[in-house]
Design a protein around this ligand. Structure first.
Ligand code: NAP
Ligand code: MG
Length: 502
């Protein structure tokens, strides 16, 4: 075996995990699906079939929701907040203890480079759980001075309690599999909810490993349930289920809309983290040495399959060529390759279908009269690789500037000496409003633009700052509600007001 092949071979622990007979995790047990059907998991860098996973059906959804309900009413409700903290911290430590395995599974499942996988497993995995572990003991209500009519001649006490909403169904996408799962699990467990998780069928592996660890660290049976399978089947059954109290969804705007329509039967709570087409606005005084790598990260992190991706780049005309040529120079030299190869800087797209979608957008860019600055081709051979691509155009009415591509395609446009409102209006000319960034050495311009950009999250001199403590979510078609931080607890809680008349 060549040195390169040795580097690329997954570890024996990963191979052992892949070779398992993967089942559904319901009520603390691994069980076969009621459908007996399997789905094939493919490594997008090699197109090789790496394992198969179970496809959950409606009966499995029934069992998982019943288990989550029983755990919510039973053992889990009796575990006090300090012990929930301890369990979440143990869960986080277990993720760290399996860091290499998680990272390799993320690479093989999704295609991302191994360094990015490891970063994500720590930052949006174990550290995310640790952040929410700290909240378990800090969720409380208030006492409120009141004077209801009956209390005219007596003393009263009114207090509120923050109670867990109950059974949560979490439905997650394939672009960052482990972070997406933990982003739902952590606030659900911190607040005392129970959960049924349906990961994306394309990337089910890290969620399954989370199920094994939940059991290992002693999270009571039924608190965490994991159903692999199809969105149109298990996902839709969870959304329609009358005993599910909340849907935590991350995915496309299109499916988000369907979920809203289907979730109305029992008026379950819904949070939606959806698509994006985020602006990156670069003023002429910006530090170009920071802007260039910043734009590369903003546009091409996770091969551009990133909801927060900065895919519309607006640069002042005085430095437009310097910035855009600088970005093109970096990305045209990027090494595309399998994520397990540590020298790979960008991996493949998730699937042949995604590659086809992205290539369709690139074709549309070419046909729309936009100037192709670099990239524009899919790589020959195995793996769903597409070159990092940049287009420029003088207006953003074309499809590649309007629609979320979810691939490595950056649209660029120059702007002149307009006032800030006019520049912001152009940056805001999108159906989405998830993220955005402003690049300038003038902090007052940075802060004014940050206020004018219509997005749930804006960064100055960086893009898409992600941390468990920073509220995250979208405006307009980018979604409903916020995750992360203290606000991220809210969708998992309900308030009960109690009044005592003495
Ligand atoms: P998707 O097609 O919307 O799928 C997301 C999840 O929903 C998957 O688990 C999917 O199952 C499931 N699903 C599909 N149809 C369903 C239905 N009718 N009822 C219930 N569940 C259903 O999105 P994707 O293609 O996986 O991911 C790409 C999209 O996610 C992009 O638009 C991106 O912007 C967005 N995204 C947003 C964020 C954010 O935080 N805002 C983060 C990452 C991605 P299957 O696996 O079977 O399809
Ligand atoms: Mg999909």
């Amino acid at each position: 075996m060549s040195a390169a092949a040795e580097t690329l071979a997954p570890s024996s622990a990963t191979r052992e995990f892949l070779d398992q007979d993967h089942k559904l995790f319901i009520n603390g047990r691994w069980q076969r699906s009621s459908t007996s059907e399997r789905t094939v998991v493919v490594d997008p860098a090699t197109e090789a079939q790496i394992t198969t996973t179970a496809i959950a059906g409606e009966d499995d959804v029934e069992q998982a929701v019943a288990a989550a309900r029983a755990a919510f009413k039973g053992e889990w409700s009796k575990i006090n907040s300090h012990n929930r903290t301890r369990l979440l911290l143990k869960f986080a430590d277990a993720i760290d203890a399996n860091m290499a395995l998680f990272s390799e599974l993320e690479v093989l499942d999704n295609g991302m480079p191994v360094g990015i996988a490891t970063y994500c497993v720590r930052k949006a995995g174990s550290d995310f759980l640790r952040y929410y572990a700290g909240w378990c003991t800090k969720i409380h209500g208030q006492t409120i001075p009141v004077s209801p009519m009956e209390a005219a001649n007596g003393d009263t006490l009114t207090y509120t309690r923050r109670e867990p909403v109950g059974v949560v169904a979490a439905i997650t996408p394939w672009n960052a599999p482990l972070p997406m799962a933990v982003m739902k699990l952590a606030p659900a467990l911190a607040t005392g909810c129970t959960i049924v998780l349906k990961p994306a069928e394309l990337t089910p592996l890290s969620a399954l490993l989370l199920g094994h660890l939940a059991k290992e660290v002693g999270i009571p049976d039924g608190v965490v349930n994991i159903l692999t399978g199809h969105g149109s089947q298990a996902g839709a059954a969870l959304v329609a289920h009358d005993d599910v109290n909340k849907i935590a969804f991350t995915g496309s705007t299109e499916v988000g809309r369907q979920i809203l329509q289907q979730a109305g039967g029992n008026l379950k709570k819904v949070t939606l983290e959806l698509g994006g087409k985020s602006p990156v606005v670069v003023f002429p005084d910006a530090d170009i040495q920071r802007v260039i790598p910043g734009v590369v990260r903003a546009a091409y992190f996770l091969q551009g399959q990133n909801c927060m991706a900065g895919t519309r780049l607006f640069v002042h005309q005085d430095i437009f060529d310097e910035v855009v040529n600088g970005v093109a120079d970096v990305v045209s030299r990027m090494k595309l390759g399998p994520g397990l190869d540590p020298s790979s800087e960008m991996g493949p797209l998730i699937s042949a279908q995604q590659r086809e979608t992205v290539m369709g957008y690139i074709q549309s860019g070419k046909e729309s009269g936009a100037k192709l600055i670099t990239g524009g081709e899919a790589l020959e051979g195995k793996g769903y690789f597409v070159q990092p691509t940049i287009f420029s155009h003088t207006n953003q009415d074309i499809k590649i500037a309007r629609e979320e591509i979810f691939g490595p395609v950056l649209f660029t446009q120059a702007f002149g000496d307009s006032d800030l409102q006019a520049i912001a209006d152009e940056a805001n000319r999108s159906d989405y409003g998830l993220s955005g960034s402003v690049w300038t050495r003038d902090i007052s311009v940075g802060l004014k633009m940050a206020a004018l950009i219509d997005a749930g999250q804006v960064s100055v001199n960086c893009h898409a700052a992600v941390d468990a403590a920073i509220p995250f979510g979208g405006n307009k078609l980018s979604g409903w509600g916020r995750e992360f931080g203290q606000e991220g607890l809210e969708p998992y809680l309900k308030t009960k007001a109690t009044t005592v008349l003495f």
